[in-house]
Design a protein around this ligand. Structure first.
Ligand code: IMP
Ligand code: MG
Length: 177
């Protein structure tokens, strides 16, 4: 168990499970994007850790760039996206793959997709390490999902609790009081 600020978290998804699933996801992406040039847009900050591990398993036709949005404070999704940076990508006519750490309500990714759609990519898909089906209120379920998980707050492997815990090697789940 670990303590971050005022909360206790318990181990949930270990490093072996993460490593194995990343290999599987890389295979799915390779198959889907065979012979295509792909522009991977990593949604900061959360997806950074997941992205560098995943990208090293992918072939050279995958390029990487970053976008940033912010929608979360404390542990409740407000559904309000506060800022979007890095929207000056030349993605017109490109195959775009958005890499997310987690799709919870789905509102953040929906808003980001709407904004990026205006830049006319040829196609845009989402790959999210984690997905919370019970919380989801978005338009489209991510095409590529690492793990579907229960509707509980998680940290580690890029995911944070008020910016703490991103550096944890494994994913931890909030321990209910
Ligand atoms: P959504 O808009 O509700 O889908 O929330 C998306 C964003 O909220 C994610 O990109 C995360 O940054 C953050 N988030 C959602 N659930 C969690 C969680 O369980 N732990 C940490 N961050 C989360
Ligand atoms: Mg995020």
């Amino acid at each position: 168990m670990i303590q971050l600020l005022d909360r206790t978290f318990e181990p949930f998804i270990g490093t072996n499970e993460l490593d194995n699933r990343l290999v599987g996801l890389a295979e799915e992406l390779k198959n889907f994007y065979q012979h295509k040039q792909v522009k991977v847009l990593v949604v900061l900050n959360g997806a950074a850790v997941f992205a560098v591990d995943l990208l090293r398993l992918l072939p050279v036709n995958f390029q990487m760039d970053f976008v940033k949005v912010k929608s979360y404070e404390n542990m409740d999704s407000t559904g309000e996206v506060k800022a979007v940076f890095g929207m000056n990508h030349a993605i017109e006519g490109e195959e775009v793959l958005l890499l997310e750490d987690i799709v919870d309500t789905g509102l953040t990714i929906d808003r980001l997709k709407e904004d990026l759609q205006r830049l006319n990519p040829s196609r845009m898909e989402v790959c999210s390490l984690l997905f919370k089906p019970e919380a989801f209120k978005g338009k489209e379920i991510p095409k590529f999902i690492g793990f579907s998980i229960p509707n509980k707050f998680v940290v580690g492997y890029g995911l944070d609790y008020n910016e703490y815990g991103r550096n944890l090697k494994e994913i931890y789940q909030l321990k209910e009081l």
